[in-house]
Write a protein that binds this ligand. Structure first.
Ligand SMILES: CC(C)(COP(=O)(O)OP(=O)(O)OC[C@H]1O[C@@H](n2cnc3c(N)ncnc32)[C@H](O)[C@@H]1OP(=O)(O)O)[C@@H](O)C(=O)NCCC(=O)NCCS
Length: 195
């Protein structure tokens, strides 16, 4: 992580990630995923989740998939040159029919777009970078699934993330459980208002 981190949204930009970004994003995911876990989550469960669900191979597949949109936010101060080693945050959208009945009940039947992941490096939190990423991500959700519901799940104890999502118009619509490395966690389901 660079020490000349941006301090204002004007100093960052968002773009779609490519397969070349996969390794850097997996590295960022290993740093940021534990921050979304509730206190008491075992290090082993986190390590298993990172190794199996957030590997470079996973990011490669997401970057190449038509049913996904993988976005990253990075410093804009490199003169426009591509610097895949410096993502500050990333977001992943997934288009599909939710397979969790609790989510389907909360979001509605049929296809939807899930904001599956949005993570910003701790050094970039509170700088506005996450909001720049979120604005671009909700626009990308409209392109990925025009007219479809947009939803996410986040841990019930993750007050910061929930405040961030409310700031970006998401509302609580239900609950679900989510498994991390074999441990079952409780999530709120949030969605953007329709229309
Ligand atoms: C979620 C995340 C992307 C948001 O980015 P961010 O830069 O922290 O977001 P912001 O600072 O713009 O907004 C957070 C809001 O929560 C508020 N907040 C901070 N700590 C809080 C707390 N403990 N309880 C309630 N609200 C809190 C902040 O005041 C801010 O609201 P404001 O702008 O109205 O003052 C980022 O915190 C992150 O990556 N967290 C770790 C990973 C994670 O939890 N990801 C979500 C997984 S579902």
């Amino acid at each position: 992580m660079p020490d000349d981190l941006p301090t204002a949204p004007a100093t960052v930009r968002v773009r779609l990630a490519t397969t070349e970004d996969a390794r850097a994003l997996a590295g960022l995911a290993a740093v940021t995923f534990p921050l979304a876990c509730p206190p008491g989550t075992s290090p082993e469960a986190i390590a298993e989740h990172v190794a199996t669900q957030l590997s470079p191979e996973r990011f490669l597949a997401w970057a190449a998939s038509a049913d996904h949109a993988l976005l990253l936010v990075e410093p804009a101060s490199d003169g426009g040159t591509h610097d895949a080693a410096r993502p500050l945050g990333y977001a992943l959208l997934v288009r599909g029919v939710p397979d969790d009945p609790d989510v389907a009940a909360a979001v509605g039947p049929g296809e939807a777009v899930e904001l599956s992941k949005i993570y910003v490096h701790p050094a970039a939190q509170g700088t506005g970078a996450a909001s720049v990423l979120m604005t671009a991500t909700t626009q990308a959700a409209t392109r990925l699934g025009p007219g479809l519901p947009v939803w996410l799940g986040t841990n019930v104890l993750n007050a910061r993330a929930q405040a961030f999502y409310r700031k970006h118009r998401f509302e609580v619509v239900g609950r679900r459980t989510y498994v991390v490395g074999g441990e079952t966690h409780s999530d709120v389901v949030m969605a953007l208002p329709r229309g």
